[in-house]
Design a protein around this ligand. Sequence first.
Ligand SMILES: Nc1ncnc2c1ncn2[C@@H]1O[C@H](COP(=O)(O)OP(=O)(O)O)[C@@H](O)[C@H]1O
Ligand SMILES: O=C(O)C[C@@H](O)[C@H](O)C(=O)COP(=O)(O)O
Length: 325
Amino acid sequence: MKIQFNNDREYDIIAIGRACIDLNAAEYNRPMEETMTFIKYVGGSPANIAIGGAKLGLKAGFIGKISDDQHGRFIKKYMNDVGIDTSNIVVDKEGHKVGLTFTEIKSPEECSILMYREEVADLYLTPSEVNENYIRKSKILLVSGTALAKSPSREAVLKAVALAKKNDVKVIFELDYRPYSWASADETAVYYSLVAELADVVIGTRDEYDVMENRTDGKNEETINYLFNHSPELIVIKHGVEGSYAYTKSGETFKGQAYKTKVLKTFGAGDSYASAFLYALITGKDIETALKFGSASASIVVSKHSSSEAMPTVEEIEELITVNA
Ligand SMILES: Nc1ncnc2c1ncn2[C@@H]1O[C@H](COP(=O)(O)OP(=O)(O)O)[C@@H](O)[C@H]1O
Ligand SMILES: O=C(O)C[C@@H](O)[C@H](O)C(=O)COP(=O)(O)O
């Protein structure tokens, strides 16, 4: 099965949500309390996915809100420099700052992130800052679940999803669950299921689907039976190093294997996976190949220091797949 996209569109992918700052521990194998130096990168899951896509050659755009300061300008310049259209990134005029994510690398297996997301600019994106004329130019609208955590960003995203559906733009919902911004598990489940039911493709980890279903120990079969009663035609459920599954509405199941690598840190896997998986779908590859692209991209990024800057090229991904064939 292949997903059909509108090929007459100027953009391959427009992402909506946060563009932030990652501060990744420069010193490895120690807790954050003992980490004194951090290296700055652009971060934020949807920004990382757009950056990954642009590095693979996709024409990408971004809808979001950044701070009117040095960090906001750094983000915009970086995104421009990698070829992302930033015309629909709004600069906040009310003093809201971009989110910061500090990362801790205690060991390759034991990594964590610490997010500073109080009153962040991205959650102040308003519906009036979402433009139909922009969204209609894209094949895909990539929605990050975190952008649903608070109003007015929540309504801005719901407007974007409605406009995408009206204009035959495929809605890809990356569950991207970050507990920090949400008021309660019930609220998260309400908005996650609302958007998942409207999306064409849903991507998330098993744990994130449990958040959507407001349960623990959920089963993939139950998740797909529920979602295939609604709009989704493709559902991707990731299981960390155990690999990932793609399910199609027509009843096929595909399994993607993780590629072994020398892991430096575990974060960045999900965003690199999503960008390469979507790249493969957009360029007409089949789902099995898309799973390989996602897994290979993630394998490359977990072996490097950043999430955004480390995003691989098509050649690097293809080489890894070939070596492991
Ligand atoms: N330690 C690892 N080594 C190699 N590949 C990995 C590793 N961890 C994850 N991956 C790859 O990244 C994909 C997404 O990882 P996962 O941890 O499920 O997502 P997230 O980062 O969103 O939590 C996996 O399906 C796998 O292909
Ligand atoms: O999404 C964020 O705001 C933080 C990211 O930029 C950070 O690099 C990260 O945690 C990525 O992890 P992933 O979701 O496993 O790809």
